[in-house]
Design a protein. Structure first.
Length: 308
């Protein structure tokens, strides 16, 4: 019985780790075809390849490492000019956030690098996109501090892989399906933090900048939950909550909580039973069991008992 109970506890723990993986695999199979392959892999602590070569809005070839020589943190985004909606929303929100930053100015305290994931994007189009967004930040050094880059498919893929950015090309609709992520990199090119969101609050932005300036690596459990529970809808160009994934997360959380509450009980029972097996002559408190007096059968005169 003890072994059965302990084995049951082991099964519960195994389910705690296996269930989320199985559920995620099942849910991935249920995703719309055009949403598969869109993901963000956690690469916090890893370096981006600084030897990659791109072209800026002037058509000048420039190594990615050039932007990290000023000793400032870098805010990195991956977008493209012909994006029908998601990139527009992300960059618009970032502009609004930078307008509200106090004590952290683009060009002075940090620089931004926006790399197009479309290898066919022209320099002219990239230049126009830069003019659009830097023009929304008058009185700042956005023109100097926000760089829009285009590059070859090899350079783009290498950078995307380094930061864990997974996207696909929808040939039927001639567009890229991709997540919206803002990366914060230290001055030596290390990924310190990433935010999977269309909008970043000013306080959150400043905190991420401070951490990147210090080289502090930050992993957010909340970010992991968001990644699992929210799916990008390419048709609607937005993220939406997945009821199935939220239920799966709730189920996994319940198993973890149940295991946490019951584990001490099973360990306690197992410990007591192990002690009992090791010392069969001990009582429940660990002391020696009391021995009953042996029964000595005496011969009794039958006539004495019956009075005959």
């Amino acid at each position: 019985m003890v072994n059965q109970r302990f084995n049951g506890w082991i099964v519960a723990v195994a389910c705690m780790f296996v269930q989320p993986a199985l559920v995620r695999a099942q849910l991935n199979n249920e995703l719309p075809f055009n949403a598969r392959g869109i993901d963000v892999e956690d690469k916090v602590g890893e370096f981006v390849p600084l030897n990659l070569v791109f072209q800026d809005e002037r058509g000048t070839k420039i190594g990615l490492g050039q932007f990290f020589k000023k000793g400032k943190p870098i805010v990195l985004t991956l977008n493209y000019s012909d994006c029908p909606g998601l990139c527009i929303a992300q960059l618009d929100n970032l502009v609004n956030t930078m307008r509200e930053l106090n004590g952290a100015n683009i060009g002075d305290d940090f620089e931004m690098v926006t790399v197009s994931i479309d290898p066919s994007e022209t320099i002219t189009k990239s230049k126009n996109t830069k003019a659009k967004y830097t023009g929304l930040l008058p009185g700042t050094k956005a023109e100097e501090g926000w760089h829009f880059l285009v590059g070859s498919s090899q350079s783009i893929a290498a950078l995307a892989d380094a930061v864990g950015y997974r996207y696909t090309y929808d040939s039927a609709n001639k567009r890229y399906n991709h997540p919206a992520v803002t990366y914060f990199l230290s001055a030596d090119g290390r990924i310190c933090r990433y935010l999977l969101s269309l909008g970043v609050e000013p306080d959150q932005f400043k905190l991420a900048l401070m951490e990147a300036r210090q080289g502090k690596l930050t992993w957010s459990p909340a970010q992991a939950i968001i990644q699992f529970c929210y799916l990008y809808d390419p048709d609607a160009n937005r993220y939406s909550a997945s009821a199935r994934r939220m239920m799966a997360f709730a189920g996994a959380a319940f198993v973890m909580l149940l295991t946490g509450f019951t584990a001490p009980f099973w360990f306690s029972r197992k410990s007591k039973n192990d002690q009992a097996a090791a010392n069969p002559h001990a009582d429940a408190n660990g002391g020696p069991k009391s021995q009953a007096a042996p029964y000595n059968e005496e011969k009794v005169d039958h006539h004495t008992l019956t009075g005959t």
